[in-house]
Design a protein around this ligand. Sequence first.
Ligand code: BLA
Length: 501
Amino acid sequence: MDISGLTACDREPIHIPGAIQPHGLLLIVDPERMVVAAGAGNVEARLSVDDFVGRPLDDILPSEIAARAHAVAARRSPLTYVGLARSVRGELLDVTAHLSGDRLIVELEAGDVDGAPPGVLLNDLETVAAAFERAPTLEDLCRVAAVEFRRLTGYDRVMIYRFLDDESGSVVAEDRREDLRSFLNHRFPASDIPKQARALYLRNPIRVIPDIDYEPAPVRPSTGPEPLDLSDASLRSVSPIHLQYLRNMGVAASASVSIVKDGALWGLVACHNATPRTIPYAVRGACRALGGALARQIKVKDETDAFRERVRLRSFQDDLVSLLSREGSLDDAISNHVDEIRRAFGGDGVVILRGPDLLTNGRCPSYAEIREIAAWALPRSVETVFATDHLLSLCPPAQSCPDLASGLLSITLSTNEPWQVIWLRAEEIETIEWAGNPHKDDHGEPGAALTPRASFEVWRERVSGRSRRWTTSELEAAGRLRSAVVEVWQARRLRELNRRL
Ligand code: BLA
């Protein structure tokens, strides 16, 4: 095992494959002299040139396109569309240019002669973006997105794939040809999309493999010891391990669009086709724009949900504090409202401990077990809120009652007595449906050739020892509740002292 935490998959240098996918052509140009230094793909036949090395770019491509490519280099612009070129053979080619180190990379791909006119595509974009806005929940949004991306790309299957905390991922929405099996709600391990690929997809938001059985077209002449970084090239030849993965899945063409929220890769729009199929440049542009619109709406839905939750918790807190501030015993006020205190934070049980007194509501362990769990939680929640959704693995006393205390949220109102409020959540046994067994190490022995998983048959795993997670809003509200109660209590003590003096 590697101590750096990187797997062999994570180390494959996918940005410098030294080759492209052969559906397009690549020219590597010296940006100072605008002379072609190398190329890849069937340049000679498609552009009707005998030899391209050492030729000025505007000898090979129309001069206005070569001039625009030059401007991309001069301005150090990101990947830019520089025009539609008609080859001597009459083929229409979309041309893009971008810089890689001190080289200008010019890519040519068949133009979309039968595609929708730009006006139609733009209208479509507006309509779909508006549909995203109208989707009432995150789930609806993802469902609409799967349908619309499928309509736009014409692929057989489109999935919205969301990364989880452990970097595995789950298919949260899917639109597919009816006769295909569903991957909806299936989980895929982190290793299926290794670290460097995820980093690359953050930088470069869309990739297409129109035909997984392609023969890579090497860059020639070779660029020497300095490998050419093709991170931003649309034609970059992809990892052979991934091609095998797709073959094992029964896929002939694959594309994915990054969903980037707050600078992090939230997920991918993953598209499959059972037969080879490309996505022309203009449609890729539309996919990029929709990927951005989708990410923005995901953020809006997340923020709306968090806002609603915050408002609910705040109004509960205001009510509680106003109750506590009235005269009468603080303990009585709390005990009379213990059920609301439990429910406001979504606890299955709640425990209030003050010195020798112990008050419970909902489903709670035995008093002896509560005492032990509370003693364990006390030092962890002195000045702060302590919360976990996997108490069993942290707190030995909780192991006797997983069904009652797999999740814990604890605040300390006073350390002297001590005075604590503890919310408990029951264990939620989850059955994860993996596409293939993620624990089976069929990625090859160290040093041997890496291989992807061969089976995507449903493999069920029962995950125990965890509760529903505490939300950020709940943790914030628990912190505010603690400060509010402490304030009320201190104010009362001060008043009592003054009265006595
Ligand atoms: C890349 N793996 C990918 C990509 C996806 C997946 C979407 C991006 C490239 C693309 O768009 O096709 C995985 N595809 C999925 C998943 C679903 C899907 C999870 O449709 C689920 C719905 N893969 C392995 C192993 C390794 C591996 C064991 O299974 C490593 C040894 C590697 N996957 C791998 C690599 C890439 C990749 C290296 C990058 C390919 C590239 O861009 O060059």
